[in-house]
Design a protein around this ligand. Structure first.
Ligand code: GDP
Length: 404
């Protein structure tokens, strides 16, 4: 450190060292009909064999089948950086004739992970929270057809507020290049027409170099990614490639002229993993959390008129008010026995009374400050905290924010 420097320039290295030590976690979900190549793609992406024991159901099995959720976790290490990757598959998805079941199973799973995180976050031990939230869902669209099917539209619309949706075209080697282009246009048109929110890439920073900007542009225009997967490798021109062997030659999975496999891998692993995690936490989970809190602070059956907790005043209440809120939410979560009900009602009334008193106190304080000419300062800080007056955040300005 030279003279005149305080030393905080090492902060990025400190963060880097700490993150590397802790390791990284990422959860990816795949959804799409059986046989569209989901497991092959996952194996190709992460160079593993996650689905050795998978049994593909026959036609009868497909009709009978209900959707299940299958989660596999693996630890990958590259240049000393550890990644704990979880892949959630949905065997049976798209196979059964019961359309309702499709989105319900996915939605329930995604919502349950948010709920678990929310409960863990509101508990006492917040240090070692097990985070199972899904950061990205690759939605497989069949290469046949002319865009999204009714099932795809229904499912995507039901789950888009719970997860970063990334649509992909499966088995793109079954299509010629003009056909891929046409199918991409149809899918994009359907996504727009049905107001489906897919993962929106962040805007490129103005100080990025031209190469990065081009890569960013290419990624954005490639959506929905047209993919080819393979678990086999071949020797072609002295080079070992992962591909699919046909009588007329080998399709190279990693050749950008053949498929968008490399683009998807770059986006998922090298460039946008952190952003996918941030959008999951800051936008999708935050929307869920806000919804949960406002639901919990409303007594069942009747709407509470401008409760301080629902209007966001909770952040300016005295410290014990948040534990008060917690105890109310626990009481309202319905985990109480019948013989405790009257006792609970009494407690709830007391807590309500307490909150009302605090609200009155706040109002009085505000009036006093206003009378003494300092009202502006106070209201400014209050507004800042409840999100009324502050400038919109960078994340807030992104279209991926979904209103609930
Ligand atoms: P899943 O049921 O969606 O997990 O599908 P699998 O990964 O088990 O693949 C089903 C079949 O499709 C296997 O025979 C794969 O070899 C084949 N397959 C996987 N990916 C591709 C692809 O990109 N193109 C073609 N033509 N076949 C593929």
């Amino acid at each position: 450190m030279s003279r005149g420097e305080i030393g905080f320039a090492t902060l990025p290295e400190q963060v880097h060292r700490k993150s590397v030590k802790r390791g990284f976690e990422f959860t990816l979900m795949v959804a799409g009909e059986t046989g569209l190549g989901k497991s092959t793609l996952i194996n190709s992406l992460f160079l593993t064999d996650l689905y050795k024991d998978r049994q593909v159901p026959d036609v009868h099995g497909k009709i009978e089948k209900t959707i299940s959720i299958e989660k596999k976790t693996m630890e990958i290490e590259e240049k000393g950086v550890r990644l704990r990757l979880s892949v959630v598959d949905t065997p049976g998805f798209g196979d059964s004739v019961n359309c309702e079941e499709h989105w319900q199973v996915l939605d329930r799973y995604l919502t349950d992970q948010f709920k678990q995180y929310f409960e863990a976050e509101s508990g006492l031990n917040r240090k070692s929270i097990q985070d199972n939230r899904v950061h990205c869902l690759l939605y497989f669209i069949p290469p046949y057809g002319r865009g999204l099917r009714q099932l795809d539209v229904e499912v995507m619309k039901k789950i888009h507020k719970r997860v970063n949706l990334v649509p992909v075209i499966a088995k793109a080697d079954m299509l010629t290049q003009p056909e891929v282009k046409f199918l991409k246009e149809c899918i994009k048109r359907d996504i727009k027409e049905h107001h489906i929110k897919i993962y929106k890439f962040p805007e490129c920073d103005s100080d990025e170099d031209e190469e990065f900007r081009k890569q960013d542009r290419d990624l954005k225009t490639a959506v929905p990614f047209a993919l080819i997967g393979s678990s086999q490798t071949f020797e072609v021109n002295g080079r070992r490639i992962r591909g699919r062997l046909y009588p007329w030659g080998v399709v190279d999975v990693e050749d950008p002229g053949h498929s968008d496999f490399v683009k998807l891998r770059t986006m998922l692993i090298s460039t946008h993993m952190q952003d996918l995690k941030e959008v999951t936490h800051d936008v999708l989970y935050e929307n869920f959390r806000t919804q949960q809190i406002s639901q919990m602070s409303q007594p069942p059956g009747k709407e509470r008129k401008s409760s301080p907790l629902t209007t966001g005043f909770s952040s300016i209440l005295p410290p014990h008010a948040s534990s008060l809120h917690l105890s109310i939410s626990k009481l309202k979560r319905g985990s109480i026995h019948a013989d405790q009900v009257s006792e609970t009602d009494k407690l709830l009334q007391q807590k309500d009374e307490e909150i009302r008193r605090m609200q009155d106190m706040l109002q009085q304080m505000q009036e006093k400050l206003r009378a003494s000419g300092k009202g502006g300062i106070f209201s400014e800080s209050v507004e800042g905290r409840i999100g009324l007056g502050g400038p919109p955040s960078k994340r807030g300005s992104r279209d991926s924010i979904i209103d609930v």
